[in-house]
Structures are given as structure tokens and as C-alpha cells.
Design a protein around this ligand. Structure first.
Ligand code: ZN
Length: 265
């Protein structure tokens, strides 16, 4: 029984909000990484973090063996200490705690999306309870990917001219979603990724993983708002005197009371 006064039914149905990057470390708003808040099913997280469906290993530079990280503040408790994203890029790239929170939240929300849509639990191909997320592996970055036999996803890291530290590929939301989607499809329809499978079957795997990954980024209202603001700024730069609702309206955007003008002010 849990130590605090929560009925078990509440444990089974409750959710928690977790902060994650909306897209990746270089997508910023006013000089800070753009974040979003993801709703994931509540579960007790052991140090790792390790939940019922995912285990997470967070290595790092100079750390050949990952040290388990704690996300839940107290064992046998519902207390979860969601941390905000570090505001500086270098701090973000070196923050293993936030990397673990971000990766777990995206993986758990992706699995939850499939399971809630299909109305049932979806297993992994290797029949293990957990899919291992290895978030900072000493591998060439282009070997990042899902391994169905080992029931794991390994994420590499790479140098980027925009940062001093190496960039963990697990900081990219679409990459985590893409690889977790591979694992979900592989558990649901193992023959699609069979070595003897047809090109069409392999293509379906990639296509579904790509579409889910792309839409995951645009499921974030923060990212969509940022894109709309950027599009508005570009439009105003290219044609600063053209009202957006022409030809119906000849007012300038600042003088017009039409809803569409309000929306882009
Ligand atoms: Zn793929």
C-alpha cells in the first residue's frame, strides 16, 4: 500500500505533468530553450529512472557507466519533483537530470498515445517488461537507433558548431518519438521488421515512425505558436503595409477590428 492516503484507484488513473523540450536544444524562444509540458500516466519511478515500461540509463562525458538518477523525490510517495529546463544552452547540454526527465516524458507520452488510442496495453517484441532507453552512449551518432533483439534504444551524441559541449541526440523530441514508435510497431507487428520482410513492410515502419515523430513536435502548442509568430514576422517584413484580410478589408492590421487581424497583431 502507498504510504500516503491515496486510494489505489487514484494511483491507477492519475497522471502527472512533466517538462520536456518542445523540439530540441536549439529551438529557442527569447534566448531560452522552448519547452512544453507533457501529461503522462502516473507510476512510481525507481532510481534510473526505471518505471514499469521503460528503464533509463543516463551516461555522460567521462562516465562509462551510468549512475541511476532519481526523479521521484520519495520512495512510496506520489511526490515528483519536476524540474524546469536550464535556461542556458551549455547548462542544458550538461544536465543529465533534465535529460532523463525529458526522455522519459516523451517515451511515456508516445506509448500512452498508442495505448489510449488502441484501447489496450501494447507489449515489446522481446517480451521484456521494459524498453531500455540509453541516453548518452559512446557510439557514433549515426548508430542511434532501436534494437528489437535487445529491447533497447541507444542514443549517441555529436559535436555541433553552435555549442561547446557535445549534443545528446536524446534531446530531440522527434528522434525519441521515432525510435519508440519503431519499438511499439515492432511489438505489435513483428513481421514488419523481419529481415525477410519486403521493402514495403520496412517502408511502412519508417513512414509511421516519421509521421508520428513529426506530429509529436506539432502537438506542442508552444512550438506551433512560435512557428505562427515567425511566419507573421516574415510576412510583415516582406509586405509591411498589406493587411492580412485583404481584399475584404482595407484597414491596416493595427486599425482593423476583424478577428483575423486581431490574431496576427
Ligand atoms: Zn527509423
Amino acid at each position: 500500500m502507498p504510504a500516503v492516503g491515496f486510494p489505489m484507484a487514484d494511483f491507477a488513473t492519475s497522471r502527472r505533468m512533466m517538462t520536456a523540450l518542445a523540439e530540441g536544444p536549439f529551438t529557442q524562444l527569447e534566448g531560452e530553450p522552448l519547452t512544453t509540458s507533457l501529461s503522462v500516466p502516473w507510476e512510481r519511478l525507481l532510481p534510473g529512472p526505471v518505471g514499469s515500461r521503460f528503464s533509463t540509463d543516463v551516461g555522460g562525458p567521462g562516465r562509462p557507466r551510468a549512475r541511476p538518477l532519481v526523479l521521484d523525490t520519495e520512495f512510496e510517495s506520489v511526490s515528483y519533483d519536476d524540474v524546469g529546463c536550464p535556461s542556458g544552452l551549455e547548462d542544458l547540454l550538461g544536465d543529465r537530470r533534465f535529460l532523463a526527465q525529458h526522455a522519459y516524458a516523451i517515451a511515456a507520452s508516445t506509448l500512452d498515445l498508442f495505448e489510449s488510442t488502441m484501447g489496450r496495453r501494447l507489449g515489446w517484441k522481446a517480451r521484456g517488461h521494459r524498453l531500455a532507453l540509453k541516453l548518452y552512449e559512446p557510439i557514433p551518432f549515426d548508430e542511434t537507433g532501436y534494437d528489437g533483439q535487445r529491447c533497447e534504444i541507444r542514443f549517441g551524441h555529436r559535436k555541433d558548431p553552435r555549442a561547446r559541449r557535445h549534443v545528446p541526440l536524446a534531446l530531440y523530441r522527434d528522434l525519441i518519438t521515432h525510435e519508440v514508435t519503431h519499438a511499439i510497431i515492432d511489438g505489435y507487428r513483428p513481421h514488419l521488421a523481419d529481415p525477410d520482410g519486403t521493402l514495403d513492410e520496412h517502408a511502412i515502419h519508417e513512414a509511421v515512425a516519421d509521421v508520428v515523430a513529426m506530429l509529436s513536435v506539432f502537438s506542442s502548442t508552444e512550438r506551433v505558436a512560435e512557428q505562427l509568430n515567425a511566419a507573421q514576422a516574415t510576412a510583415e517584413e516582406e509586405s509591411p503595409t498589406t493587411p492580412w484580410c485583404r481584399p475584404a478589408c482595407s484597414e491596416s492590421p493595427t486599425a482593423c477590428s476583424h478577428v483575423r487581424h486581431f490574431a496576427v497583431r
